[in-house]
Design a protein around this ligand. Sequence first.
Ligand code: PMP
Length: 397
Amino acid sequence: MDLFQKCYSFTRADEVKGAGFYPYFRAIEANEGPVVKIENREIIMAGSNNYHGLTTHPKVKEAAINAIRKYGTGCSGSRYLTGTLDLHIQLEEKLADFLEKEAVLLFSTGYQTAQGIIPTLVSKGEFIISDKDNHASIVAANMMAKGGFAEFKRYKHNDMSDLERVLSALPVDAPKLIASDGVFSTTGEIVELPKLVELAGKYNARLLIDDAHATGVIGHCGRGTASEFGLTDKVDMIMGTFSKTFASLGGFVAGERAVINYLKHHAPALIFSASPTPASVAAADAALEIVKEHPETVTKLVSNAQYMRDGFVNMGFRVLDGRTAIVPVILGDDMLVFRFWRKLFDAGVFVNAFISPGVPPNMAMLRTSYMATHEKQHLDRILEIFNDIGKEMEIIS
Ligand code: PMP
């Protein structure tokens, strides 16, 4: 059998495209933040992770342009060798200060950050223990660690008694790392951090929290999950990304100086990959400054999301409860999601269609997410369109 046979017989995407329901890889032609242009039409964006709306902020754009003028377009090397700029070091120091950790290490993407941390730290005879619904970047990193003969265990999603069941069965003295999303990327749920911290302490495990969807959203002035619970000193490593609140591209891990120093000298994902570009780092740096200067933006973001959650619930939609910027509207059935998505798109709203196996069976959803720069008129228009389509498709009455 030819290796490519699976590619030749993969027809599902073409079938959905043929039926006119394909929601993926839609090219955005212009991006103003809450409103984008697709197929030459203005569409309200309700699916972006640009939480503070900073990708179009004049100061962020200017910082990126100035960095290109000063340093050029790329670093052409890894941090380890020729790819460290003063910009990288400055941003690491600022982030360490913001997150109240001793040190920070930048990576070129958030995805790569997990690859840089987990397989580097957890090796043969050591344990990685992971929430079942963690982000794909952690799952892939766990597989790499497992390939390096680390022991890999999973616990039921955000279920602390199941975590305790797993931990209590492991050798007491074996080194362990527990990894969890701070805010789960599909549902927007927040991890049960106080109990997680208690169990990590009880069973002598280190803790890694992925704050991709938490930074800028929860915690004191947007400092994320550990800060939200007043447990910054109990979370050993906080990882994050520049692709959401920080309006750029790149990732980071914050933690103890000795741990960051070890990762710096051992993580293949850092050592064998080019460093984030000058423009990416300068944009993230400028975005961080704006986040620090405007803590009220966090409040606006969360209240926008709450406005939408209440709106959907009042209309009769099934919405997962929460207090982050992610508001999933559960429809249950994949085809229903595609049909609803298409009607939304035609009416001028873009959301994310999440279907199985990306979500559990019967949890197919329109994952909506909000920005602080959405104005009431945008939000009301989204609600009005959802209401019309929901009634037309007899999902709500
Ligand atoms: N962690 C989580 C929870 C995420 O949602 C994402 C991106 N969707 C990442 C990590 C990866 O970040 P990046 O896009 O910077 O690679």
